[in-house]
Design a protein around this ligand. Structure first.
Ligand code: MN
Length: 249
């Protein structure tokens, strides 16, 4: 199982989640909301070969933490992964929208300057602004749009720009999420939980709970769960082999 967008350090007991994810053989990308958390996450996950750590600066924190963009750049030499980054266009964060766009574009440029990275990107209420940034700044990097919720037209543009997508059980609860999944390219899709920010009956989704998405996924693709599983694992392998660079891990 693969959880390509999980906030491992934000569970009440990260050590236990990490140990269990490792024991279950889950591949987890631990995204961070601030670069200050990067080294702590690296320490927490030390020796867990299938758990990787991304350096990020969450758009919802940009208003107060934009100065940390320099730290994002600094830690890029230590990881192949950048996230969570992006733009949030919802009313609560509209006052920082301009700053968010600037920070996002700076991070994308830095990722390119480092030879290209795998990026986990938030785009709630701001898909067009995010796609503008991707179109303008990315060449080598691979953008993964996490929990994409834009329009059909924005989805088409994202596909055209080469974006990947990560989808989880929370997104598939709604009809819109399921419709978007059906339209996404099958060879550029991965599973995610966005835990612990997502939950089921008040219990946060754990990385291995990505499996809850598979029956819905199989339905959208009109195939079996094992075919979905195989295809997602193949996608991960392709993703990981795409960017081979000296600084990886
Ligand atoms: Mn997230």
């Amino acid at each position: 199982m693969i959880d390509i967008h999980c906030h491992l350090d934000l569970y009440p007991n990260p050590g236990r989640v990490i140990a269990e994810a490792d024991a279950r053989g889950a591949f987890v990308l631990a995204v961070t909301t601030t670069p200050k958390a990067f080294l702590g996450n690296v320490r927490l996950t030390e020796g867990r070969k299938r758990i990787r750590v991304a350096v990020g600066l969450h758009p919802e924190l940009v208003a107060s933490r934009y100065r940390e963009v320099d730290d994002v750049r600094k830690f890029m030499s230590q990881t192949k992964y950048v996230g969570e980054i992006g733009i949030d266009g919802s009313p609560d964060y509209s006052s920082s929208l301009k700053l968010q766009i600037e920070v996002f574009s700076t991070i994308l440029k830095d990722a390119e300057a480092h030879g290209g990275k795998i990026l986990s990107i938030h785009s709630r209420g701001a898909a067009t602004a995010v796609l503008d940034g991707i179109e303008k700044n990315l060449i080598t990097s691979i953008p993964i749009l996490h929990w994409f919720s834009g329009t059909r037209k924005e989805l088409d543009r994202a596909i055209e720009l080469g974006c990947w997508f990560s989808v989880g059980p929370a997104m598939l609860r709604g009809r819109k999420g399921r419709e978007l999944l059906a339209l996404m390219p099958r060879n550029r899709l991965l599973t995610e939980t966005d835990g612990p920010f997502t939950s089921d009956g008040g219990i946060p989704f754990m990385p291995w709970d990505v499996e809850a998405a598979l029956p819905i996924w199989a339905d959208a693709w009109s195939c079996s769960i094992s075919e979905v599983d195989r295809s997602i694992r193949l996608n991960l392998r392709k993703l990981l082999s795409t960017l081979d660079q000296p600084h990886a891990e």
